[in-house]
Design a protein around this ligand. Structure first.
Ligand SMILES: O=C(O)C1=C[C@@H](OP(=O)(O)O)[C@@H](O)[C@H](O)C1
Ligand SMILES: C=C(OP(=O)(O)O)C(=O)O
Length: 433
């Protein structure tokens, strides 16, 4: 497996400028979120599973690597089909979470089911990402966890081979993944789980729906009828075939390119009914001046070359903020993006990083506690720092279509979710995709 180490040599990259409207039909890699969940559910199932068109990227390789460390059999040599064969979970083991929120929040509950000590650590910034509420929840569900008083990595789960489970209250306002992690492992807890969120709203509701839908598809009984409460019955998970959808958040910069250049981008292989928030992305791109259609060729976005400002609460789709900020920078009127205070706890503090790096390119934007206010004006080229954040690189790429000379300090961070991003992007801009 590649990309498993944090130490990549920095790869400077000049974002290509588009001299013509883009016209591309692309097949993009699979959804990170679906791949991660299918791997976890597969490892906890009572029979084998397959993942068709999974995402091969640093986050999903770390997920497969972590589950393999815990004893599951993972066969990931075929890019088009990965195989998961469950096996009793055992320690001692060490899980490298990299910078992946999915790995650091989904695998500690799984480790509680293993017999033995399982340690977790990751990239330096992973130690600052919110994890305390999950540690507290695991302890109250009967799992022994050694962790610093800060409630962060590095930590050790002292797995007893079983987890009692039961009712737990958690403040998941920092990340929906804190709930998803508990739910995914819960069918294997002796008493299942009832998770009750108390606190400011949980972000990323569509990701929680994906967790619930995939659990049900694997045979779990889940009740999510009460807002902020999720109940999972104990019971076996069945192995199955998972068709992984193309990654919607990874598609966002490519769709944004259609708006910026007045071109057309089609993403192939889009299902009629999706586990990802396609309707929300469609609505947002439409409000910004794009036309989005789902046809036999796939999901197509057309732009007019005029981008409109946007006033939107992005709490459901926080992952899209960097790309929408870049679009807003090129719009014909101001934008106000709200509801994304939690993305300060993502790969970097995205609100602060976007404000800082675009200001350095001449932009007029201000940070608010939960978002950004953007007043478009001409930008200039210059260095754009990514802070190891793939979506910062996506934002720079979108702005670079219209602004010559944007130098991304390190585009290799895109390997977190799409190692082929620089090549696919250049292919789209030069018309060779
Ligand atoms: O469960 C998942 O697969 C994800 C949930 C979201 O996390 P947050 O709720 O922390 O934003 C999202 O931003 C992340 O990229 C993937
Ligand atoms: C927030 C993200 O990732 P993670 O799963 O590491 O939280 C993201 O991919 O935008």
């Amino acid at each position: 497996m590649g990309n498993l180490t944090a130490t990549r040599p920095p790869q400077p990259w000049t974002a290509p400028t588009a001299s013509d409207p883009v016209a591309a039909t692309l097949r993009l890699p699979g959804s990170k979120s679906m791949t991660a969940r299918a791997l976890v559910l597969g490892a906890l199932a009572s029979g084998p599973s397959t993942l068709d068109r999974p995402l091969r990227a640093r986050d999903t390789e770390l997920m497969a690597g972590g589950l393999r460390e815990l004893g599951a059999h993972m066969s990931v040599s075929d890019d088009d089909r990965w195989l998961v064969r469950p096996h009793p979970l055992v320690g001692p083991a060490h899980v490298d979470v990299g910078l992946a929120g999915t790995v650091m929040r989904f695998l500690p509950p799984v480790a509680g089911l293993a017999e033995g000590r399982v340690t977790f650590d990751g990239d330096p910034h992973a130690r600052t990402r919110p994890l305390g509420p999950l540690i507290g929840a695991l302890r109250s569900l009967g799992v022994r966890v050694d962790a610093p008083p800060t409630g962060s990595l590095p930590l050790a789960v002292l797995g007893a081979g079983r987890v009692a489970g039961g009712e737990v209250v958690i403040d998941a306002s920092a990340s929906s993944q804190l709930v998803s992690g508990l739910l995914l492992a819960a069918p294997r807890f002796d008493r299942g789980v009832v998770v009750r969120h108390e606190g400011p709203p949980v972000p990323s509701a569509p990701h929680l729906r994906m967790t619930v839908q995939m659990l049900r598809a694997a045979g779990a009984a889940v009740d999510d009828t009460t807002p902020d409460v999720w109940a999972v019955e104990p019971g076996p998970l069945t192995g199955r075939g998972w068709e992984i959808e193309p990654d919607l958040s990874g598609a966002a910069p490519f769709f944004a390119a259609a708006l910026v250049t007045g071109g057309e981008v089609t993403l192939q292989g889009w299902p009629r009914s999706s586990l990802q928030p396609v309707e929300q992305l469609r609505g947002l791109l439409h409000r910004m001046g794009g036309e989005v259609t789902l046809g036999t060729a796939g999901l197509t976005v057309r732009g007019t070359g005029t981008v409109r400002g946007l006033d939107a609460d992005l709490s459901d789709v926080g992952e899209l903020t960097p790309v929408l900020t870049a679009l807003a920078m090129l719009a014909d009127s101001p934008s106000r993006l709200t509801g994304v205070g939690h993305i300060r706890g993502h790969e970097t503090d995205r609100v602060a990083a976007l404000a800082k790096e675009f200001t350095a390119l001449g932009a007029d934007l201000t940070e608010t506690t939960d978002g950004l206010e953007i007043r478009p004006r001409p930008l200039r080229g210059g260095t754009f720092r990514t802070y190891d954040d793939h979506r910062m690189a996506h934002a720079a790429a979108v702005a670079g279509l219209a602004v010559p000379g944007i130098e991304v300090d390190d585009v290799s961070c895109t390997s977190k979710t799409m190692p082929e991003f620089p090549a696919l992007w250049s292919g789209m801009v030069t018309g060779k995709s």
